[in-house]
Design a protein around this ligand. Structure first.
Ligand SMILES: [Zn+2]
Length: 248
């Protein structure tokens, strides 16, 4: 196991010194996660699955743009049932709760760490069709049903990946497509304290910041800590890189 500790700027997506481009792909990941991802892709290809990352590393500024866009009604905002909401008609606390059903607070996205990615199966996607990243796509009868079954079988765990949002735990809605590389994500979650998150948000031009600040410990418990633990199989997977190439 190599040391995989991120500093506060990396943890909250305010720097990108811990991620690298994945060879031939458009996403950025931590070097260890990238190596594990390439291994997972090769194993999937042998099964006829053409895995592609719909999203890997995402920085604070991007998450902030998503957040503020939803607050201002410039991006679609959905209720728990997936029905559109008018952001401007909601009280701030309701608006914050609605956004957090589907999107992370800036600074609190696991995509900041370089350990997490959203995965689709290009081989199953009809030409011209875009993935929506909806649970129905990964369930029986969905376009990515085969990928869903393959992930359910634990195939990704042999490469150190687990699914923090596999089930509805009353926080983040289920995301069967979201993979998390345990050797980095487990220590990153431990390091992302309420204080660390508060510090990241202090300087940001965050909409509804007063509600967020007042509720931060509760939001942290419900949407950051309240995830599935890494499975023993994912934790037992060999870390491929011996050195921590992000230190120094
Ligand atoms: Zn994701």
């Amino acid at each position: 196991m190599f040391a995989a500790v991120l500093d506060p700027l990396q943890l909250t997506g305010r720097s990108a010194t811990h991620v690298v481009p994945v060879a031939g792909q458009s996403c950025l990941l931590h070097p260890g996660a990238a190596q594990a991802w390439l291994g997972l892709q090769a194993a999937a290809l042998a099964e006829g699955l053409h895995l592609q990352a719909a999203s890997g590393f995402r920085d604070f500024a991007r998450q902030l743009a998503i957040w503020n866009g939803k607050c201002r009604g410039e991006r679609p905002l959905l209720d728990a049932a997936g029905e559109p909401l008018d952001a401007l008609c909601l009280a701030p606390a309701q608006r914050v709760a609605a956004i957090l059903e589907w999107s992370a607070l800036p600074g609190a996205s696991r995509h900041h760490w370089g350990s997490d990615l959203d995965v689709i199966d290009l081989a199953a996607l009809p030409a011209g069709q875009s993935p929506q990243l909806l649970p129905a796509e990964y369930a029986e009868g969905g376009v990515f049903a085969r990928l869903g079954r393959w992930l359910d079988s634990g195939a990704a765990e042999d490469f150190g990946f687990f699914r923090p949002y596999a089930a509805d735990r009353g926080g983040v809605r289920p995301e069967p497509w979201h993979l998390s590389w345990a050797p980095l994500a487990v220590p990153a979650l431990q390091a992302l304290s309420v204080e660390c998150l508060a510090e990241a948000l202090q300087e940001a031009q965050l909409d509804d910041a007063a509600v967020v600040a007042a509720q931060l410990p509760v939001l942290h418990a419900r949407y950051v800590l309240n995830v599935a633990a890494a499975s023993p199989r994912a934790l037992a997977a060999p870390a491929l890189l011996k050195d921590d190439s992000t230190s120094g």
